[in-house]
Write a protein that binds this ligand. Sequence first.
Ligand SMILES: Nc1nc2c(c(=O)[nH]1)N[C@H]1C(S)=C(S)[C@@H](COP(=O)(O)OP(=O)(O)OC[C@H]3O[C@@H](n4cnc5c(=O)[nH]c(N)nc54)[C@H](O)[C@@H]3O)O[C@H]1N2
Ligand SMILES: Nc1nc2c(c(=O)[nH]1)N[C@H]1C(S)=C(S)[C@@H](COP(=O)(O)OP(=O)(O)OC[C@H]3O[C@@H](n4cnc5c(=O)[nH]c(N)nc54)[C@H](O)[C@@H]3O)O[C@H]1N2
Ligand code: SF4
Ligand SMILES: [Mo]
Length: 642
Amino acid sequence: MLEQRRTLCNRDCPDACGIVAFVEDGRITRLTGDPDHPMTRGFLCWRTGHFLSLQYSPERITTPLLRVGAGEFRPIGWDQALDLAAEKLVTIRRESGPEAIFHYRSGGSLGLLKHLCDYFFELFGPVTVKRGDICSGAGDAAQLADFGEVDSHDVFDLLNSKNILLWGKNAFVSSPHLVPILKEARARGARLVLIDPAYHRTASLCEKFIQPRPGGDFALAMAIAQVLFERGLVDPRAAETCDNVDAFWKMVRAKPIEEWCEEADVPPACAAALAERLGDGPTAILVGWGMGRRANGSGIVRALDALSAVSGNLGNPGGGVSFYYKRRGAFDTSFIKGKAVAPRTVLEPFFGREVMAPCDPPIRMVWVTAGNPVTMLPESDTTAEALRTREFVVVCDSFLTDTARTAHLILPTTTLLEADDLLGSYGHHTIGVAQPVVPPPPGVKSDLEIMQALAARVGLGEALAGDARSWKRRMIKPEVVERGVTLDVLEKASTRNPIPPRVLFADGKVATPSGRVNLVTSPAAPATRDPAFPLCLLALSTARSQCSLWSEPERDPITAVVHPEAASGIPDGALARLESAISGIVVRVHHDTRQRRDVVVVPKGGHLSQGRCANRLIRARTTDAGEGGALYDEGVRLVPLG
Ligand SMILES: Nc1nc2c(c(=O)[nH]1)N[C@H]1C(S)=C(S)[C@@H](COP(=O)(O)OP(=O)(O)OC[C@H]3O[C@@H](n4cnc5c(=O)[nH]c(N)nc54)[C@H](O)[C@@H]3O)O[C@H]1N2
Ligand SMILES: Nc1nc2c(c(=O)[nH]1)N[C@H]1C(S)=C(S)[C@@H](COP(=O)(O)OP(=O)(O)OC[C@H]3O[C@@H](n4cnc5c(=O)[nH]c(N)nc54)[C@H](O)[C@@H]3O)O[C@H]1N2
Ligand code: SF4
Ligand SMILES: [Mo]
């Protein structure tokens, strides 16, 4: 019998799509996008559209695995696996205290119920947890400083925009369901501009494409601000709605426009064109999540916040600076205290170094939930070594990732098609529930079941008790339920979170203590590069994978896209070595005259075990604020093979 079952995608992706699964005799035969979901509109991205190859992959782990030798694992039963895990946890806590245990959770699933893994470790310890945010730390810190709040305009408010500036954003790849909205806005007359050092397909949506130096955006913003000032395009209310106005303009005028533009490596006419658009509002600035992952990333986002504020686009329909949607805004996880009660924290981009750092007590045990830090965090070899040298490592995953390979114990867990969870989104305000479209294979447990089984073994059974549905009910905020959005409503269809307004700061007040925008006052120059490594490595999202989870086999060397004049004489299609100051990998060179001559674009998420891992080349460094990872500031060079 053929049935259609609906769920929500739980992947670390701004779109949080509705999925329709066609199930025939208990097996999923096809996946499509939910035509009734307001964002999804009936289509899925390539990686999830092709997810069945992973769901039914022979490489999927379907039984707990115990390490029996270097890289060798033996299947064991759940009772034995959980007894062993509980015994290690209890022994290490007794001997060294809970800070000797580090629980690392990342974004493999954005389901709210994953917080219950944190809850278990908090009640058991509290243990060591991560701090900082490899993904959006820099941008979050910027908007928090400027506006006292990190949220965005309703995504459909873009239909009110006259201009849309896609600032460091590859919608086609990283947020494909934004594309139809951008197209609709364009059909209604909006003018779109892309500002990105890398050429990509999203440029084809835009009437203008500006390609600054990597990290040159702060300088570009200063040039734009100066044009706004010179042409009288500054909002006269800015003096009342913003703090630090004099210091901001002093910084803007510290250099002539030409000098700022030189620092940004764009012609002054580009700054003028962008100023003209901001002055001809409403202009929405859409800030990509990627752009902040560099040494001056937070400064850049602050400069964009300031541009919106002084040009009078903040708080207006069709305007605003939208970066992150508060995806947890409808939900209550306040019973988990996190960093506030943790005895110790590990800075996420410095995972490898900090886990190995001599400290008292040392980190003896690491538990990884929904993450692949070896592949996805900088300095992959250091991260792998840190894990390999721990006394006991547990990884909960469905696949034998680079991180799982370092584990002593691997616990197999559910995939997005078996998930039972509550979801928000960081790309729009829709919330909903994931419901299993098929049960997991025998031998696979959900993270919640794993935590509950563990809790029962260490005397925390009662605290974690309850099925997924009752936890969902507990985690929806009362003010959401009061506005009619109950669990039963969400189970029928995804719904807009009733709390956030459609236009942020519409009353002219932001959420800082003064109610005024905190304008940035110190410049944030791009990182300098060692001439021996002249290309800036941009390891970016690709349509074929969700971070390190590829919906196609990872066989060939990764492709390095580079301007032919920056290819060190290596012909198009040839293999070469891509080297940084710390390591090298083999890549296939692809020439593209549309790229800048100082960048090389590779996919993020390739596995170390396959020789495809860009993070092997990238040193651990933090962003200027927010403890993010400066992932896009590593200098590299291409060297012929042989
Ligand atoms: N297909 C696919 N989609 C994904 C993911 C995936 O792995 N695969 N990952 C998901 C995740 S984890 C996240 S956080 C989101 C968003 O994650 P990202 O994929 O990072 O998304 P973007 O917002 O498109 O940001 C990347 C863009 O920023 C640009 N950029 C880099 N440096 C600069 C700079 O200095 N200036 C400017 N102007 N631009 C710069 C890059 O060239 C790139 O085009 O996407 C999600 N979507
Ligand atoms: N060089 C470079 N590095 C980057 C980036 C970049 O742009 N360039 N992007 C960064 C960004 S934005 C991010 S967010 C991070 C992402 O870093 P990670 O969150 O570590 O990324 P993933 O590779 O998606 O790892 C998630 C793992 O969780 C597993 N998983 C999926 N669902 C579940 C589940 O329900 N339970 C459990 N237990 N496991 C599950 C998946 O199989 C996968 O192995 O990487 C960062 N790293
Ligand atoms: S990964 Fe993103 S775009 Fe793809 S189906 Fe999931 S939510 Fe939609
Ligand atoms: Mo991310």
